[in-house]
Each structure stands twice: as structure tokens, then as C-alpha cells.
Design a protein around this ligand. Sequence first.
Ligand SMILES: Cc1ncc(COP(=O)(O)O)c(C=O)c1O
Length: 364
Amino acid sequence: MSTSLIRLTRGVPPAESFPVEQIKVCAEAVLDSDAARVLQYGKSRGYPLLRDTIARETGADPERIIIGQGSLQLQDLVARMLVQPGDVVYVEEPTYDRTLTILRRAGAHVIGLPLAADGPDVEALEDRLKKGERPVLFYVIPDFQNPSGTVMARQKRERIAQLSREYGFWIMEDVPYRKLRYRGEDLPTLWDLAPERVIQLSSYSKLISPGLRVGYAIAPEGLADDLAKMAEDTYINASYFNQAIVAEFIRRGWLEEQLARLKALYLPRLDATMEALEAHLKGLATWHRVDGGFFLGITLNHDVRADDLLRAAQEANLRLTDGRGFFAGSGGDGFVRLPFCSLTPEEIHEGIARLASVVRTLAG
Ligand SMILES: Cc1ncc(COP(=O)(O)O)c(C=O)c1O
């Protein structure tokens, strides 16, 4: 253990979380009951049974629900549909690195609003709007944010929803970790608060398996048809077979069981992360309490250069993600994302102890 490489890099579910036997049963069941449909092309909005399931759970009109090959496929379509080159798009800073790539590729001028323990800086948001800046879109991850693990406070949700109406920007709300709450109570989603301004994205990647590539968007009236048309013109439809497996999994009541299993697996890993931080990095870094999801973000207290940090970590047999990738602007040198779900508590303790010794050396 003390010499093997520890990867504090990949935010993927561990193989032991996959409900392999149950997926086998579901695959067989959908082939028995609906082979002609699940093995055929279909309408771009997605497999009707899964859309109905999501509609029942969320209260959304099934016509506004579009299922994609993972939520990222839809995120890319939304970005390409709404963003014209040069358009301003706001993100939380730090934010999910792949979304920054998607937005930039669509031509967005991406501006980061600093993220605090309770969500993005809404005063900065309001200031920019009052000064006349007109974003087309604000991308937020309100529940167990990637990469920080933070949850947006209720008042901030309400304020952002209100500002989106007042200033006419869209909110792209990404909630793939929302159901992985290990402690505390759910808050309303932005979609609950302003369904006419919010495109909500969610996913079964972190709940069942990313390999199924099943995610969805709930889009406001007016956008849903355009999104479905764009999907159809691009790839016809995402895999009905995979969507049917997810629908069957939920129909059998297995998602609830699976969530309970995941929480039992991940909570000790989150606790180990918090304990190891307290034990090794107190005074060297700051972080927020995390209550769910996959990640905890820390900021080092001393100025370091990301290149030096990554190199020193590599020499200590520790792999870190480059913190700069999560920042729209020039920050992120001293930011470290700690994904805790794929590591055992022992690996977490060892990884964070190594990180602390690297940071101590760099801080001189
Ligand atoms: C915030 C966020 N959005 C989207 C995704 C990817 O979702 P999907 O697998 O549904 O494409 C991830 C995966 O890490 C994520 O962290």
C-alpha cells in the first residue's frame, strides 16, 4: 500500500458498485417483452416507458423529457443550440471541466462566478447583470457539485431563478449526484423554482452504470421540440435497449435498493476523506463539509504552481487532476479535487497523507 500508485483523479464509480446480475435480468426481460422496439430505431425523445417513469417521478410533461446517450450528449446539443459564438455564458468557478470544453467549443465566452461553500456568488452575478452583461446561459451543479462537493443554498437557488426570469437567461442545471445524498435534506431544484427557464440534466451514470450511457434533459416548452429535432438530425435516437434496461430496473424497484447500497458503500469513503483531511491537511488547506456525491474540493493555503504540485505528487506516487482545468479563468493552481467513491478508506488515508507531505515540502 505505502508504495503503490494512488489515483486521486478519476470520478468514476467503482466496479463493485455495478448491479451486474440485476442488469442481466433486466436485459433479458426487455428482450422478452419488447425486442422489436428496443432493437429498432426510435423517436429521438427516447424510450417512452423510461420517459413516463421520469415524468411520474419529476412531475414533468413527458414531451419535455429527452433521453440521451448520457447527459453529456444532451449538454452538447443544448450548448450548440443556444450559444452563438461570442455569447456570454456563466459558470460556477470551479466547475466541471468537460462542460467548459463543451461551452467553449460552442463559441461561448465563459465567465466564472466564484463558488463559496453555499453556492456561486450571487452578488457578483447580480452586479454583472446590472452593469448590462447579458448571458445566454448559466450552468450550475447545485447538488454535490463537481469538483467541489458543495450544495447551493435555498436562497441562492431562489435568487438565481428570479434573476433568470428578470434578465431572460437560461439555466442549465446539472444534477447527476442529487440522489447520492448521504446526510441531510433535499432542497428544491432550480427546475422546481423556474421550470420555464431551466434545462435540467440528469443521469443514471452514477446511480446504475455509466456504461449504459443513459441520461436525460427536461427542457422548457419551446426548447424541447428544437432539442428533439436536433437530436434526430444528429443521431436519430440514443439506445432504446439501454433505456429499456434502466426503465425495467426502476420498475422492479431496484433503483431504491441500489441507492441504499451506494450510500452504504460511499459514506464511509466520504467520512474517511474528511477524517484524513482533519488529520493531515489542517492548516495547509481549506475545504467545506460535504454531504453527498463523489467529490470534495480543497484549496491549498500556500501559493503553489499546479505544475510543481502535479510533479511532486507524481514523485510521491500520487496522481492528481490539474486544478486549473476546473477554472474558466486563470485560477486553480492550488485547487485539488478529491474523488472519494472509487478508493477504499485505506487508500484515501494513504493518498491524503501523501498529499499533505507533498504540500508541506512545497510550502517550504
Ligand atoms: C457534473 C457532471 N455532469 C455530467 C457528467 C456526465 O454524465 P453522463 O455520464 O450522463 O454523460 C458528469 C460525470 O462525471 C458530471 O460530473
